[in-house]
Design a protein around this ligand. Structure first.
Ligand code: GAP
Length: 515
């Protein structure tokens, strides 16, 4: 579905609001509304349980957002967690230099796509896009240019070469999208960490950072956890929590935020086993996404060209968002970089005695890291659909339906009395609603015609609508309507809890990960 429609649907149906909206909002900060918080909690539950319940050697922690400032020196964030920034002198707008160049490359891609579409129309069934890309001089020209720009960008980023980034922008004659001018400042490094000040210490000494990743809370607790849970390597520590980044370009709704939530797991392993565990976690994490019903063609691996300062291998799981394939999750082989750094700066040993190897060493780490908000956006984008279906009278009508996996749906069942002004129906419906609410989140709705009430529930992804009618009063049966198939069945009230529970069950979703 069109991205604008996804964004407006989130607001209209109480999933996401702009932060401090009455003051015109705060850029790249968002609040989750009543359905949003339920969906987000379900995503977190799915991730948390898949880590800590399905792996006996993975345990959780909840570390503080504030950490000793030396943490960020050790992790490399003080010196290296930067983005290259450039300002346009005419519009005073600020950009990420690498993003301006990437957007230029995206435009080349778009040109290639356009040429291919045109040619496919012209040549019909005999058209071979691969051959066309290799032989058509214009398309080849675009692709060669993209390759050349990509290599220059990758090298400049790896070398932190700011003058070269400026040179690329100048060579490509990139103009500011707002002013249209090419009047750029020099490219400078911009540190993405937010900082604040401790109450009782003045100056640099009291400088505190809001954590830009949750991972460091895990590293500094490595020995605490290992000793108290008596884990042997390999073992993992999982954490869900807020992270903060002062993003230069914060766009695309909750895709890139300044305050967001991460779900991270650090898997501590013996040195030399990282290739095996990296492959293992790549496969596990892809399975986790696919179990939600995300079509395979909307997910892909993308190897990092510029490795972060801590990694010896890194891959993204990209999702086909409404604005194209973009990073959803990262899997990083972080070597012993973080633990060694903390060991050095703290002066405390962060080593493990391996009884099989009969030696002490600093463990290696493979990390899986996914943004909860980005996962939320992926889940919504993947499930929000516009469909033509028969209405209550059998006529064709369109509906907006959110086909979320039932285990993620914010509300599991809606209880609807057929008529609002028949006390015997409404009181029976309220009775059923109360009973079901003990087991899962439900809604009672008596306002408007039944068809409109179905549509409201479709729009928030409720898997089941239960209607109480006159037959119910005679034999304690109700109709239960399935959101996706629209099938309606007559069942006993006593069967409702077990029917709905089974289909919305988190355990069943988790079980599918074991197959
Ligand atoms: N500990 C490793 C780490 O933080 P990262 O690739 O910088 O790696 C991991 O971030 C994940 O966090 C990303 O794949 C993305 O899902 C999410 N993420 C990062 N920056 C974000 C932002 N500004 N807004 C929303 N999510 C973000």
């Amino acid at each position: 579905m069109d991205f604008k429609k996804v964004v407006s649907h989130c607001k209209e149906y109480g999933f996401i609001f702009q932060s401090s909206e009455i003051y015109d909002g705060l850029a790249a900060v968002y609040d989750y509304g009543p359905y949003g918080v339920e969906l987000k909690n379900n995503i977190k539950e799915y991730w948390w349980k898949s880590m800590t319940q399905l792996h006996e050697n993975i345990v959780g922690i909840d570390a503080a957002i504030f950490m000793h400032p030396k943490t960020w020196k050790a992790s490399g964030h003080v010196d290296a967690f930067n983005d290259p920034m450039v300002d346009n002198k005419d519009s005073n707008k600020r950009y990420r230099a690498d993003v301006l160049i990437e957007e230029y490359m995206d435009k080349l891609d778009a040109k290639v796509e356009k040429e291919i579409k045109k040619a496919a129309k012209r040549f019909g069934d005999s058209f071979d896009p691969v051959m066309y890309k290799e032989t058509n001089p214009r398309v080849k020209g675009y692709l060669d240019k993209k390759q050349e720009v990509g290599s220059r960008l990758a090298k400049a980023m790896t070398d932190s070469d700011m003058p070269e980034l400026k040179k690329i922008i100048e060579d490509l004659e990139i103009a500011c999208p707002v002013s249209g001018s090419r009047n750029w400042t020099d490219v400078r490094q911009f540190n993405l960490m937010f900082n604040t000040q401790l109450g009782n210490i003045a100056g640099e000494e009291g400088k505190l950072y809001l954590r830009p990743e949750t991972a460091q809370g895990i590293f500094v607790n490595f020995l605490n956890v290992q000793k108290t849970t008596r884990q042997k390597l390999p073992f993992g520590i999982a954490q869900i929590g807020k992270a903060f980044r002062n993003e230069i370009v914060a766009r695309q709704f909750i895709f890139r935020m300044r305050e967001f939530e991460q779900m991270e797991m650090q898997y501590f392993i013996a040195p030399g086993t990282q290739t095996e565990w990296y492959a293992f976690w790549k496969e596990m994490r892809l399975k986790w996404h696919k179990a939600l019903g995300t079509p395979e063609e909307n997910l892909r691996f993308h190897d990092h060209e510029n490795l972060a300062h801590y990694a010896d291998a890194a891959v993204d799981i990209q999702f086909n968002f409404p604005f194209g394939f973009k990073e959803l999750e990262g899997i990083h082989s972080r070597t012993d970089f973080d633990l060694s750094q903390h060991q050095e700066l703290s002066g405390k040993k962060l080593q493990y005695f391996d009884p099989e190897r009969n030696e002490n060493y600093v463990p290696y780490v493979v990390e899986t890291s996914i943004g909860c908000d980005r996962m939320f956006l992926a889940a919504i984008s993947n499930s929000l659909q516009e469909e033509t279906v028969p209405d209550a009278e059998g006529k064709e009508s369109t509906r907006i339906v959110m086909k979320l996996h039932p285990a993620l749906a914010p509300i599991k069942a809606a209880v609807l009395p057929l008529l609002k002004n028949k006390e015997e129906l409404t009181s029976k419906a309220k009775e059923v609603y109360k009973k079901l609410s003990l087991h899962f989140p439900c809604q009672y709705d008596e306002k408007d015609a039944i068809g409109r009430r179905y549509r409201r529930q479709d729009a928030i992804g409720t898997p089941y609508c239960i209607t109480i009618d006159f037959e119910t009063l005679d034999d304690d049966t109700v109709t239960i309507r399935d959101r996706d198939s629209l099938e309606q069945k007559r069942v006993k009230i006593d069967e409702l809890v077990s029917i709905v529970s089974k289909n919305v069950s988190m355990s069943e979703l988790l079980e599918s990960l074991l197959q």
